[in-house]
Design a protein around this ligand. Structure first.
Ligand SMILES: Cc1cc2nc3c(=O)[nH]c(=O)nc-3n(C[C@H](O)[C@H](O)[C@H](O)COP(=O)(O)O)c2cc1C
Length: 208
């Protein structure tokens, strides 16, 4: 049975474009694989705590205190969900040219030496493999072309974070110009839905 991990991070509830498109992606995946197990993490509703001086060693070193052990247990759980997934669908709004801090804290817990990446003389190596990732990016403005391309710190950052742990089969589906008014919003949603249908219809190995 295949498994799908869904991460939502928009703060905008039912008005959220990324949530709408993530739901669309999930519906299409489940229509193709009705027995798929779906695990949902709503990072806006149930925030992953920031690492802090009392907890950081639990994820980045060895857990010895109660607080560090709690952080490590959460990290273990999030990594287990990631390992078990064949497909990962991430809803990632652009916030201040990058990703929501809630999504960033999820990455802080799953990028873990010895678990999802390793270091050697040859440099870092991602330890996850064989997973398809679909990232829905919603943005108020236009960043895929034109002058704002240079200030897109969302997509290159996500590509780096995912690639660092071995998630290299990543497809980005952008919904841009959401802040340009209702017509632009609707056009962006329609275009993103078409793109999702295309990529989900492809065999997993051709998804990128
Ligand atoms: C805190 C915050 C910061 C934002 N920063 C940006 C930004 O830097 N660039 C941009 O184009 N839009 C920005 N926006 C607009 C969102 O990217 C846009 O509304 C998008 O649709 C949000 O995704 P959602 O509809 O899934 O919530 C920001 C919105 C919020 C709430």
């Amino acid at each position: 049975m295949s498994q799908v991990l869904v991460l939502n991070s928009s703060l905008s509830g039912e008005a959220s474009v990324s949530r709408l498109l993530v739901a669309e992606a999930l519906a299409q995946i489940v229509a193709r694989e009705p027995t798929a197990k779906v695990v949902v993490r709503d990072l806006a509703q149930a925030e992953i705590p920031h690492l802090n001086p009392l907890t950081v060693a639990g994820v980045r070193a060895k857990a010895t205190t109660v607080a560090e052990t709690k952080a490590r247990d959460l990290s273990d759980q999030l990594i287990a969900e990631l390992r078990a997934a064949d497909t990962i669908v991430i809803g990632a709004p652009m916030y201040n040219f990058s990703i929501p801090s809630t999504l960033r804290t999820w990455f802080d817990h799953v990028l873990r030496a010895g678990e999802t990446f390793s270091y050697s003389e040859a440099g870092p190596k991602g330890l996850l493999e064989g997973k398809r990732v679909i990232v829905v990016e919603s943005r108020g403005g236009l960043y895929s072309e034109g002058p704002a391309q240079a200030i897109d710190f969302q997509e290159p950052y996500l590509r780096q974070l995912l690639g660092f742990i071995g998630l290299t089969d990543v497809t980005f589906v952008r919904a841009e110009k959401i802040g340009y008014g209702p017509d632009a919003r609707e056009a962006a949603i329609d275009a993103a839905k078409t793109r999702l249908a295309e990529i989900i219809a492809r065999p997993v190995s051709q998804a990128a």
